[in-house]
Design a protein around this ligand. Sequence first.
Ligand SMILES: [Zn+2]
Length: 65
Amino acid sequence: MKSLVRKEGMEEIIKCQNCTQGFVWSKEEQKLYKSRGLPSPRYCPICRGIIEARERDHARNKYER
Ligand SMILES: [Zn+2]
């Protein structure tokens, strides 16, 4: 059974703790985070990119896409 229906209303608006901007945490990203066992993001994609890159530099985990 195929279902291409996209459910809406599962996205969350999160306020970035760094730049205090509200950003959308998409359903797809939520899934990605869950599959990686990560907690919900506290930063917007831009700040997150910077922070993640920094952390990745420190602890080299299996950070595969
Ligand atoms: Zn931010």
